[in-house]
Design a protein. Structure first.
Length: 339
C-alpha cells in the first residue's frame, strides 16, 4: 500500500486510547482562540464541518439483512461523512464472495478510501490487495482484528473478540450459572467463534455451542427451544447479537424454562429488555463509534497523513458491559439508534 504520508519506521505508536483523539472532536474553539482565525490556522478545516475537497469513501460490510446492529454502524459512518464532506457509498453482503465483489466495485469506481469488515478474511485478502495496489487506502472495522496488519490495512476499529468473550465468561462466574449455551448465528464467522471460545475459556461451568441460522428467527427460536428441552441443566443462554438475544428470551419464556440470558451487542429493544430484567447484561462494542472512526480515519489520512493507532495498534471500541446499573444512561442514546 502507498503510505507516503509517513514511513512506517518513523511513525509514533500511540496508546489504544487514540480512539478519543481519532474521533477528532473538532469542537468549537473558545473565544480566545478565535473562530475564523482558528480555522485558517488549522489548514482550512472548519470546526463544524470540513471544507476540504469532496471525497468518496466506500464502506463494505458483511452485515446480514435486518440486523439493527449494522444500522448503528452505518449511522456512525454517515455522521462522519456529513462532517468530513465525504460521499459515503455503503454496501453489504453476508456472503464473503459477494462481499469481495462489492469491494471490487468500489475499486472500479476509483473511490478515495475503503472501510471493510473481514469476518472471513481469506475470502477478502485478494481484493483488499487489489485496492492497495490501486493506491486506495483501506481500513478495517468490526471484524478482522487478527489479520488487519498482515493484509496491509491502515488501521482497525473494533474490539478484541477473544477478550470480550473472556470478560463475559468471567462475569458469568459471579451469577451462579453452571451450564451455558453459547449460540452462534453464523457458522464460520471469525468474530462469533472467538466470542464463544473466550466464554468457554474463562467460564468455570460447562459451555456448549449451538449453531443457528441467524437470518431465520422462527428457526432460531425453535432450535433454542428444542435444545433447552433436551437439556434442562442449561441455566444460561449466551447470544452474540441483540436480535438473537430477544428471540432466545421468547424461547425461554414460552418454553417455561428458567435459563437466564446474557448477550453481546445492543439495540433499542435489547436496552428495554435489560431495564425490564429480561436480559441480564450485554457486552457493548460501540458500533456507532466503529463506523464513525473508520470513515473519519480515512479522511484524516487523505487530508493530513494521519494513521489512527499509528498503523501498529488497533483502536479498541469495547468491550464494556451494559446492565441494570448503567442501562438508563445508555437508553436515551439507544432510542436514537446510536447505541
Amino acid at each position: 500500500m502507498n503510505r507516503t504520508a509517513l514511513p512506517r519506521s518513523r511513525r509514533i505508536v500511540p496508546v489504544v486510547a487514540v480512539a478519543a483523539a481519532a474521533a477528532l472532536t473538532l469542537a468549537g474553539c473558545s473565544s480566545s482562540s478565535g473562530g475564523k482565525k482558528a480555522e485558517e490556522e488549522a489548514g482550512n478545516i472548519s470546526a463544524g464541518k470540513a471544507n476540504t475537497p469532496r471525497m468518496t469513501i466506500a464502506m463494505v460490510t458483511h452485515a446480514p439483512s435486518g440486523d439493527t446492529f449494522w444500522d448503528t454502524i452505518r449511522k456512525g459512518a454517515e455522521a462522519a461523512a456529513a462532517k468530513d464532506n465525504v460521499k459515503l457509498i455503503y454496501s453489504n453482503d453476508e456472503n464473503a464472495g459477494d462481499q469481495a465483489n462489492l469491494v471490487q466495485n468500489a475499486i472500479d469506481q476509483k473511490v478515495d478510501g475503503i472501510a471493510v469488515t473481514l469476518a472471513k478474511p481469506d475470502a477478502l485478502k485478494a481484493v483488499v490487495a487489489k485496492a492497495e495496489k490501486a493506491g486506495i487506502p483501506v481500513v478495517g472495522l468490526n471484524a478482522g482484528l487478527s489479520v488487519w496488519k498482515q493484509q496491509g490495512l491502515l488501521s482497525f476499529f473494533g474490539q478484541d473478540e477473544s477478550v470480550s468473550g473472556q470478560a463475559l465468561g468471567s462475569k458469568l462466574n459471579g451469577t451462579g450459572a453452571k451450564h451455558a449455551l453459547c449460540v452462534i448465528q453464523a457458522q464460520g464467522d471469525v468474530n462469533l467463534e472467538q466470542r464463544c471460545a473466550g466464554v468457554k475459556k474463562t467460564f468455570s461451568g460447562k459451555t456448549d455451542i449451538l449453531y443457528v441460522n441467524g437470518t431465520d428467527m422462527p428457526s432460531v427460536k425453535s432450535t433454542i427451544t428444542a435444545k433447552l428441552k433436551q437439556d434442562s441443566s442449561i441455566d444460561e443462554v449466551v447470544t452474540l447479537g441483540a436480535p438473537i438475544a430477544l428471540t432466545a428470551e421468547q424461547a425461554v419464556s414460552e418454553g417455561g424454562g428458567k435459563a437466564k440470558i446474557a448477550t453481546f451487542d445492543l439495540n433499542k429493544d435489547l436496552v428495554s429488555a435489560i431495564q425490564d430484567g429480561k436480559i441480564q447484561f450485554a457486552v457493548d462494542q460501540q458500533p456507532y463509534l466503529q463506523g464513525y472512526l473508520a470513515v473519519d480515519s480515512l479522511w484524516l489520512y487523505k487530508t493530513n497523513g494521519n494513521f489512527s493507532g499509528g498503523g501498529e495498534q488497533p483502536v479498541l471500541t469495547g468491550p464494556a458491559f451494559v446492565d441494570k446499573s448503567n442501562v438508563d444512561a445508555v437508553a436515551k442514546f439507544a432510542a436514537k439508534g446510536t447505541r
